[in-house]
Write a protein that binds this ligand. Structure first.
Ligand SMILES: [Zn+2]
Length: 267
């Protein structure tokens, strides 16, 4: 009991992550940045990351078919920006929440976000990360491994079908959803760099790849949420201009394709 099992399978490269949940030394992140979204400082935009995996063709126009496989790469995030998923909360109560998907947007460029995650952020309030980032071209960049706890939503709570869920892990920081969240962020378009309420939205490739990715998890539709929805600070508004209906429609298609292929994704 208390063990979150989260299996995520990627093809053609198959990763199987079975979490080892033993540490309670984690520090919650409170993401006390001044901006309303997930703004990354422009000065961080200095270098291009080097993908580790071989690069398939960049998806210019994605098509929802069983054959669709996004470009994928892995970037090593600095260990200061994530922790082990805990097996019990600060009061010693076992944690058994099912995984939720929390969607974000970068506000700044994908490159600047990635460079921030590669930094050694000593100050706890600067520690931030997602599990996955999807740039404008629809590529998938794996950042924090899914069995680890990314710092995507500080002061947060999930209002799900079975009630409210949040986990307190550290006396100094508010409870959050991070321990049972899978954080995925979409790169914001150029016209969304500021604090405006909306922007021109995300590319077809980003929607396709997001659906492709989540179709390979056991996260149910009613556990798909946004940073804005789980945030308790009242400051987070991301992802702005996200078309949930479009995404869920694609997700259904991919899950249907997967079941036709005989893949079992419901472990
Ligand atoms: Zn966010």
């Amino acid at each position: 009991m208390g063990l979150i099992t989260f299996l995520i399978i990627f093809t053609p490269t198959i990763f199987k992550f079975i979490p080892s949940l033993t540490s309670l030394s984690a520090q919650e992140n409170n993401l006390s940045k001044s901006n309303s979204f997930d703004e990354i400082k422009p000065e961080d935009e200095l270098q291009i990351y080097t993908p580790i995996l071989p690069q398939p063709t960049i998806v210019a126009k994605a098509i929802t078919t069983p054959e669709y496989i996004p470009q994928q790469s892995i970037v090593n995030v600095h260990p200061s920006n994530y922790e082990t998923r805990a097996s019990q909360d600060i009061y010693g109560k076992p944690i058994n929440n099912q995984m939720i998907l929390v969607l974000h947007e970068t506000v700044g460029s994908a490159t600047s976000a990635i460079n921030t995650f590669k930094n050694n952020n000593i100050r706890e309030t600067n520690q931030v990360s997602y599990h996955v980032l999807i740039p404008r071209n629809g590529a998938i960049v794996y950042l924090v491994p899914p069995e680890k706890r990314a710092f995507g939503a500080g002061n947060s709570i999930f209002k799900g079908p079975s009630g409210v869920e949040t986990v307190k892990l550290h006396p100094k920081f508010p409870s959050s959803v991070n321990n049972f969240a899978y954080h995925v962020s979409l790169e914001t378009p150029a016209d969304g760099r500021g604090n405006q309420r909306s922007h021109s939205g995300y590319t077809a490739g980003q929607y396709e790849s997001l659906a492709w990715l989540i179709a390979q998890t056991n996260i149910s539709e009613d556990r798909i949420t946004t940073h804005q929805s789980v945030d308790r600070s009242g400051l987070r508004k991301d992802p702005r201009s996200f078309n949930r209906t479009k995404f869920l429609s694609l997700l259904k298609t991919y899950r249907s394709n997967n079941s036709l292929l005989g893949e079992n994704n419901s472990l």
